[in-house]
Design a protein around this ligand. Structure first.
Ligand code: SAM
Ligand code: DTB
Ligand code: SF4
Length: 354
C-alpha cells in the first residue's frame, strides 16, 4: 500500500481537481503513476488501439501573433514562407489521400490570429467537403467569435483545436499578443456551439513542474473536459524565441520520463478524453512513445509533416505499431455514423442554462 493520493473511480470525469491533487499525481513514483494511468485507460478505452489524425496547413506563416514556440509568427526568423489560404479543391484532394492512408480525422490548420469573415465561405466548403468523404473534421484557425463558431457548427465541424499551451502563470512569458482568458473565451464559444473541443499544449518550453501542474489543472477543470487533449513536445525551431533561447541548454529537450508523466496525469485527470501524442514524436524513441501509449495516449498525427515541422512518417509509424502490437483505431466512416458521433448542437448551451 502507498500513502499517495487516491484516484477517483476511472469513469468519473471530475472537473473539481485541485492543484495539490494533480501535483500529488506528478510526484508519484514513476511506475505507480504509469500503472494507475494504464488502469484508467483500460477502464475507458481499448488499450491497444490508437486513433490516426492527419494535419494539413491550409494557410501557412505570416501570423501576427508572437507565440514564442511558433515558426509561423511574423516575429520568427524561421524561413517559413507565408502562403495564401489553399484552394478548397486542393484541400479535398489531400483529405482523400489521408483517408486512403487509413486516417480517420483530418485536421486543417491556419496561421491566423482569427479568421476574417471573408474567409468563412471557403472554410465552410472545406468542412462540408471533407466530412462528405466520411472523415471526421477538425479545424484550428485561432480565436473564434460565437457567430463564427456557430457557422462552423452548422457546416458540421466535428472538432476545433485551440490550445491553452501552458500554465496561466507562464502564459505571458510565451505569448504577449493575447491572454489565456482570450483562449478560454474561444473554447467556451466552441463548446456552446456544440463542437467537440480539442485543447492541450506544449511541454518542454523550459517550464517548471509547477507549470505542467497548472497546465493540466486548467484543462481538467474546464466546464467539460476537452474531448481531445494534444500533448506536444516542443519542436525547437531556429529563429523562434524559444527555439533560440533553449538551444544548447539542458532544457533543449524535455526529459522523457517527465513527458510520460505529463501524459499519464492527463489520462488520469481526464479519463474519457482522447490524449494525443502530438508534435515532437520525431525526436522520441519508440520506447518513449510505447510508455506514452501505456500511460494512456491513444491518438497520434500521421504523415511526414505536421504543419511546418517534420513528423515521424507513415513508414516509421507502421513499423512502430507492428513492433508494439498496436492497431489503428477504426471509426465507422459511413456518413450517418460520423454524424452520430458528433455532439448534438445546443447540448452545451442547454447544460449551461441549467
Ligand atoms: N494559429 C492557430 C492557433 O494558434 O491556435 C492554429 C495553429 S497553431 C500552429 C496550433 C498549435 O500548434 C499551437 O497552439 C501549439 O500548441 C502547437 N505548436 C506550434 N508550434 C509548435 C512547436 N514548435 N512545437 C510544438 N508545438 C507547436
Ligand atoms: C496541436 O496541438 N498540435 C498540432 C495541431 N494541434 C494543430 C500542431 C503542431 C505543430 C507543430 C509545429 C509545426 O508543424 O509548425
Ligand atoms: Fe500564429 Fe498559431 Fe503560430 Fe501562434 S501558434 S504564431 S497563433 S500560427
Amino acid at each position: 500500500m502507498t500513502d499517495t493520493p487516491a484516484v477517483a473511480a476511472p469513469t468519473v470525469a471530475r472537473t473539481d481537481w485541485t492543484r495539490e491533487e494533480i501535483a500529488g499525481l506528478f510526484d508519484l513514483p514513476f511506475t505507480e503513476l504509469v500503472f494507475r494511468a494504464a488502469e484508467v485507460h483500460r477502464a475507458n478505452h481499448k488499450a491497444n488501439e490508437v486513433q490516426l489524425s492527419t494535419l494539413l496547413s491550409i494557410k501557412t506563416g505570416g501570423c501576427v501573433e508572437d507565440c514564442g514556440y511558433c515558426s509561423q509568427s511574423v516575429k520568427a526568423d524561421s524561413g517559413v514562407k507565408a502562403t495564401k489560404l489553399m484552394e478548397v479543391q486542393q484541400v479535398l484532394q489531400r483529405a482523400a489521400q489521408a483517408r486512403d492512408q487509413g486516417s480517420t480525422r483530418f485536421c486543417m490548420g491556419a496561421a491566423w490570429r482569427n479568421p476574417k469573415d471573408r474567409d468563412m465561405p471557403a472554410i465552410i466548403e472545406m468542412v462540408k467537403g471533407v466530412r462528405s468523404m466520411g472523415l471526421e473534421t477538425c479545424m484550428t484557425l485561432g480565436m473564434l467569435t460565437p457567430d463564427q463558431a456557430d457557422m462552423l457548427s452548422d457546416a458540421g465541424l466535428d472538432y476545433y483545436n485551440h490550445n491553452i499551451d501552458t500554465s496561466p502563470e507562464r502564459y505571458d512569458q510565451v505569448i504577449t499578443t493575447r491572454t489565456m482568458d482570450d483562449r478560454l473565451d474561444t473554447l467556451s464559444n466552441v463548446r456552446m456551439a456544440g463542437i467537440n473541443v480539442c485543447s492541450g499544449g506544449i511541454v518542454g518550453m523550459g517550464e517548471t513542474r509547477a507549470d505542467r501542474v497548472g497546465f493540466v489543472h486548467t484543462l481538467a477543470t474546464l466546464p467539460d473536459h476537452p474531448q481531445s487533449v494534444p500533448v506536444n513536445a516542443l519542436v525547437p525551431v531556429k529563429g523562434t524565441v524559444l527555439g533560440d533561447m533553449l538551444a544548447d541548454t539542458p532544457l533543449a529537450k524535455i526529459d522523457d520520463v517527465e513527458f510520460v508523466r505529463t501524459v499519464a496525469v492527463a489520462r488520469i485527470t481526464m479519463p474519457l478524453s482522447m490524449v494525443r501524442l502530438s508534435a515532437g514524436r520525431e525526436a522520441m524513441s519508440d520506447m518513449t512513445q510505447a510508455m506514452c501509449f501505456m500511460a494512456g495516449a491513444n491518438s497520434i498525427f500521421t504523415g511526414d509533416k505536421l504543419l511546418t515541422a517534420p513528423n515521424s512518417g507513415d513508414d516509421n509509424d507502421l513499423a512502430m505499431f507492428a513492433r508494439l502490437g498496436i492497431k489503428p483505431m477504426a471509426i465507422d466512416l459511413t456518413p450517418g455514423q460520423v454524424e452520430a458521433q458528433r455532439m448534438p448542437k445546443g447540448c452545451a448551451k442547454l447544460e449551461a442554462a441549467e
